[in-house]
Structure formats: structure tokens, C-alpha cells
Design a protein around this ligand. Sequence first.
Ligand SMILES: Cc1ncc(COP(=O)(O)O)c(C=O)c1O
Length: 429
Amino acid sequence: MANWNNINLNLNVRGLSPSATLAINEKSLELIKSGRQVYRMGLGQSPFPVPERVVQALRDNAHQKAYLPVKGLPLLREAVAGFNKHTQGIETLPENVMIGPGSKELIFLLQLVYYGDLVIPTPSWVSYSPQARIVGRHVYWVQTSADNFWRLSPDQLDKICRTDPLRPRIVILNYPSNPSGYTYPLERLKELARVARKYRVILVSDEIYGLLHFNHQHVSVARFYPEGTIISSGLSKWCGAGGWRLGTFSYPPQLDWLRDAMAIVASETYTATSAPIQYAAVTAFQGGEDIETYLFHSRRILKALAKYLVKRLSEINIRIPMPQGAFYLFPDFGLYREKLAERGIFTSVEMCKALLEETGVAILPGYDFGREPAELTARLAFVDFEGEPALAATHGDYLDREIDESFIRNYAPRLVRAFDLLNGWFASL
Ligand SMILES: Cc1ncc(COP(=O)(O)O)c(C=O)c1O
């Protein structure tokens, strides 16, 4: 019999470290198990419940047991096309919508089937670049800065493309952004679209937080570069259904060959997205007054929290402009560099680790989003509160009242406490 101890089978495994977000979550769970209180500002999971009518639709469709078409349930593809029309005025043919088990999987499939470089601004969401590495694509990080709201500029994009104009490229734009919460102004989108068209790059417009633009003013770049833009979205953020695993890609007719290539790989891997979830998603994408109301109040709460937390950060002299959507802040704690260095802390990873161990506050280091190790940025996800009672209060006592600090103290006490601890930690360095 073979002696398994002597064989280094693990050398045959395509090795990558686990997703950064999951790693901090696991560390947090470890601390919780050992009896410690942890404030979870690491994982970007929506705090809000799935709207009741969508949950009911899932109950009603629990019996749906057949495999669905690989590109998705036709009714759902129609609903997503209608959603694009309704929210952005964009015409999408239902056959050009593809449904997948999360937009993450769809972005991965795209990178797998398309032989092109990946161009992403830094900071960017944690998974784009590891996905590219898994499938052996070259990643081109574009440096951005806090002064520019961490945005990719049209000049930067032009400069990259100019060096090798015919090279195939995928550029991912995510707005409102994870990790910063900032979005692109209309004029900037138009200019980016112009450059993208000039070099025929494939734009992936990751609009998973689009409906969580605080002022409900999200604009898709697909309006200005329809022929080359894939809109990526899903149920995870605006509908509070991350665990349901449903994502959508909306393609222009010009990219139907990409859609078909992705569908072939999908058919040989996950076959189709879960049937009951797809039926329930029809209700979500068709929308209605109740869902509009749910979104209206979700945005109100998130905006008020962002405002409060930006103010809390200023108490320790960390000043950042107000984000425009989603549930993230991306401050730079560089002001504390010397004091941190005195404690042997030189990188964002070390900073977040020490903060977690010493205060129980879990945040993610800027390094995980493509920033230089020594830059002391971090992402704070302000989701550690109960979304259900908070939403109920906005329908009740707070229907016509501004969401003020007393609301935040009552309905997001853990966030308040987390910021007390975080501020206390930096102040005591
Ligand atoms: C920017 C961004 N894009 C895509 C995703 C993937 O979402 P899902 O796979 O749940 O659709 C996330 C999830 O955190 C995200 O933050």
C-alpha cells in the first residue's frame, strides 16, 4: 500500500491563499469561540432582510425541481431586461441576459473564457485579481488616490491602452465602489466610455451596489458605451440575499459570442443556477411599490450611518469625503504612522490584526484591495447591525423624521461601540 505520508500530493494543488475577506471572518469566528466580543466590519454582507414578497416567492417555488436552461430561466432573463430598462433606460434583449450562481462566478467565467489582460483600479474588490491569477491572466493594477476619490481616470485608461492598442483587455469598473463607497460622476463615465470605445476594451460594469446609491442617482456606463459593456449585478446587496447566490450579466448583442462561451463552461460546471432561487428572483427584479419602499429606507439608513461614521472618524482627525453609496468607508490611517511604528506596526495588515486582537473590531487592510503594504488604509463595512428592526423603525417613528444619532444609538449600537473602540485604540497609541 502506498505511504501517503511520503508523497507531497499538496504540491499538485493550484495554491492560493483563501479570500482575504473570508480569512478575517474566520479569525473573527475564532475569537468569538474563545468568548471574545467581535465587531464585524470585515465581511460586506447586507444587514437587511430579503423583502417579504421575495421570500414568499421562494416559499411558493420550493417545489421547482427541474434543471433550468444554463443561461437562466427565460422569465427571469426577461425581468432583468425590464429592470435595466426601468432603472437605466437601457435596452437589453432577454436572450442577452445570463443568470449565474452569484455575479462573482460570472466574473470568474468571463475571465476564464476571454484571453485578455485584466485592468482594475486599486483599490478594487478583493476577488477580481485572485480570479485572474487562478486562470493565469495578467493583472494590470491602475493606481488611484484618495484625492481623486480612488477613481480611474480616462487619461490613465488611455495611457494603458495606448502602449499596445490591439491587446485584448477587460476593464472592471465598480461603482458605487467596494471598498470606498464612491461612484463616478456622469461626465467621467462619458469620458471613460469614449476611451473604452477607442480601444474596444470590454468593460465590465459591476453595478452590484447600484441600487444602494444613497440618493438613488446611479448611472450606468452602459448608457454611453452600450456595445462594449457588460452590466454585472445580482441579488446580493440591494436585496439582502447574498446567501441565495444569484448574479446577472447583461450583454450587448455585439458580445453574444462571449455569453455563449461562458454558457458552455457553465454547462460543464454548475449546469444552472438553483431553480427556486431563480423563480423568486423574478419577483425581485420585477419590483413593485413595496420593494421601492424597502430600498428607499435601506438607502436612508445607510446614508445616515455613513454620515455619522465619517463624523466619528473626524474625531481622531481622519477626514474623508462622504461616500455616495453601498456600505463601506475606506479611510487612510497614515496620520498614525509614527505612533504605530513605535509599536512595531508598519503595514495595513499588521494594523488590522492588532486592532482585531486588541479591541475585537474586524476591518480589512487596504493591502487586500491592491494597495501597497505600507499604506495604512483599511475598509470598514458598516453592516454590524440588525437591518430588520432598523427598517421597521423607518416605517414607524422615523417615517417623517431625520435619521439622527439617537436612531443610530438605538438601532446600530454595535457600530457605535465599534467606533468607540476603534477611536479609543488610535487615540491611545
Ligand atoms: C464589488 C463586488 N462585486 C461582486 C461581488 C459578488 O457578489 P455576488 O457573487 O454575491 O453576486 C461583491 C460581493 O461582495 C462585490 O462587493
